[in-house]
Design a protein around this ligand. Structure first.
Ligand code: 5RP
Length: 221
C-alpha cells in the first residue's frame, strides 16, 4: 500500500514538470511528494535558472542535484510554486504543515502566480480537519494559543521535539471539522503568538494534480 502511494506521489511529482517554463526560477515545496518533483526538476536543471525552497531539507536536496537555490528576497516574481498537501478539498483549499514547513511554504505560495498542488488521491477530502491542523507558534505563546484554540473547538497537541526552520514550535489541532476554512484561517492567524496556520484557504491552489490508480487527474479553479 505504502509502495503504491509512493508511486502515485512520484507520478504527480513528475507531471508537474509540464508547468515549468524554461529559464525561470521555480518555487519548491517540502515533503515526500515535493521530493519527487525535485528529482524531476533535476532532470531539466540546465533548462531552469534555479529554485526558491521552502525548507532546509528541500534546499539540501536541490543543491545535491546541482540546482541553484535563490534567496526569496532576490526574486521579484515566481511563476509557479509546486508543493504537496496533507488534505485538499474540492475548492482546492488545503491543510499543510505535516512536515513543519508551513510558514516558508505560505510565504512562497503568496509570491507565486500559480500554486500547483501535487498529491495522491488519499489526500482528497470533503471537509478539512481530519488531519490535525498544524499551527506554528512562538514558543512563549504556546499555552496561551493552545487555550484559544480550545475555545475555537480544537484539541491542540504540542508536537514534541520539533523546532521549525524558523526556531518556533508546532501545535497540531485535532477534532476540527472545518466548515468555513477562510474564516478559521483568519481567526487563528489573528491570535498573538501565531506565526502561521497550516490552512491554505484564502489562497488556495490554482491547479491540483491528483494521483490515483487511474492516472493523474488535473483539477483547476
Ligand atoms: C510539509 C507539507 C507537505 O506538503 C505535506 O505534509 C505533504 O507531505 P507528503 O508529500 O510527504 O505526503 O505541508 O510541511
Amino acid at each position: 500500500m505504502m509502495m503504491m502511494q509512493d508511486e502515485l506521489k512520484k507520478a504527480v511529482g513528475w507531471a508537474a514538470l509540464d508547468y515549468v517554463t524554461p529559464g525561470t526560477i521555480v518555487g519548491v515545496g517540502t515533503g515526500s511528494t515535493a521530493a519527487h518533483f525535485i528529482d524531476a526538476l533535476g532532470s531539466i536543471k540546465h533548462q531552469i535558472e534555479g529554485a526558491v525552497s521552502s525548507s532546509e531539507a528541500s534546499t539540501e536536496k536541490l543543491k545535491s542535484l546541482g540546482i541553484p537555490v535563490f534567496d526569496l528576497n532576490s526574486v521579484d516574481r515566481l511563476a509557479i510554486y509546486v508543493d504537496g498537501a496533507d488534505e485538499i478539498n474540492d475548492q482546492m483549499q488545503m491543510i499543510k504543515g505535516g512536515g513543519a514547513a508551513l510558514t516558508r511554504e505560505k510565504i512562497i505560495a503568496a509570491v507565486a502566480d500559480k500554486f500547483i498542488c501535487i498529491a495522491d488521491a488519499s489526500k482528497q477530502v470533503q471537509v478539512l480537519g481530519k488531519f490535525p491542523l498544524p499551527v506554528e507558534v512562538i514558543s512563549m505563546a504556546r499555552s496561551y494559543v493552545a487555550r484559544e484554540l480550545v475555545k475555537l473547538g480544537g484539541l491542540p497537541e504540542y508536537r514534541q521535539h520539533v523546532v521549525t526552520d524558523n526556531g518556533n514550535v508546532i501545535l497540531d489541532v485535532h477534532n476540527l471539522s472545518i466548515i468555513d476554512p477562510c474564516a478559521l484561517e483568519i481567526a487563528i492567524n489573528a491570535l498573538p503568538g501565531v506565526v502561521t496556520v497550516g490552512l491554505f484557504a484564502t489562497r488556495a491552489a490554482d491547479v491540483a494534480l491528483i494521483g490515483s490508480a487511474d492516472g493523474v487527474k488535473t483539477l483547476t479553479q
